[in-house]
Write a protein that binds this ligand. Structure first.
Ligand SMILES: [Zn+2]
Length: 249
């Protein structure tokens, strides 16, 4: 079942409006609203604070992270995205599958993001650099496997796996549908360690994972999909996400 989108997400200080419902008050607002999936609006005076786009949160005010209630609003946004992703996993008809077969022939790469340049939002990248250095200082080697991925790139992962004969339902067990990956945010990072195959559950038995569990939080990173997570997403010990409002800015 495809659930109807919520019209408004209400938090104590900030409302979240779906893109396309609010009227722009300036050219700058208009440009931002044009790409907004959600608009964060200050309740007190109606000021637009930020828009959430496919590529992350775009502030419309200076010092967005100091706004009252911003963390609660961003948490609500995260929850909404996860609920959306969960419904996508449950309903594969949301996938743009038509025309896939025709595009398959054009694909000649067989790498799910490995060996490509790493892209992360600045705050997340800073946190990752500090985390990696701190781990190295304690003799733990960590590699970044995959950070930001565009929708097109995520679709490419699906296409390559379809080309190998995997069913859509099976792909959805391990890859989010295009548009629903936390990697689209630029805050998510897949982490590996030398000598270990990338993005495998066996990562949980490494010293690297033990170190992350004890220390990643200090650098703002959290495990997005622990074992038996409430989102029904497969356990991913390698997938970590930097959260706004985390201790390292
Ligand atoms: Zn990941």
């Amino acid at each position: 079942m495809r659930r109807a989108p919520a019209l408004l997400i209400n938090t104590a200080d900030i409302e979240l409006w779906p893109g396309g419902l609010l009227r722009a008050r300036s050219n700058a607002d208009a440009r931002a609203l044009a790409q907004a999936r959600w608009v964060l609006r200050r309740k007190r005076d109606g000021r637009y604070l930020a828009v959430a786009t496919a590529h992350g949160v775009l502030p419309l005010v200076p010092r967005l992270m100091r706004e009252d209630g911003i963390e609660a609003a961003l948490d609500a946004l995260d929850q909404q995205a996860l609920a959306h992703r969960r419904s996508a996993v449950a309903d594969s008809t949301l996938l743009p599958l038509s025309g896939l077969q025709q595009r398959l022939a054009q694909l000649d790469i067989d790498a799910d993001g490995y060996g490509r340049p790493l892209w992360l939002r600045r705050s997340a990248a800073r946190g990752w650099q500090r985390l990696q250095l701190a781990a190295a200082a304690e003799g733990v080697a960590l590699d970044a496997i995959s950070g930001y991925r565009s929708h097109a790139y995520q679709l490419g992962i699906f296409e390559r796996k379809r080309a190998r004969g995997l069913a859509v339902d099976d792909i959805l067990q391990v890859n989010a549908a295009p548009g629903y990956s936390e990697h689209h945010s630029g805050f998510a990072l897949d982490i590996g360690t030398p000598g270990e195959p990338p993005a495998e559950e066996s990562f949980e038995h490494t010293a690297a994972f033990a170190w992350l569990q004890g220390n990643a939080g200090r650098f703002g990173f959290q495990l997005s999909y622990p074992r038996d997570n409430p989102h029904g997403i497969v356990y991913e010990p390698w997938h970590w996400c930097w959260r706004a409002g985390s201790p390292v800015g």
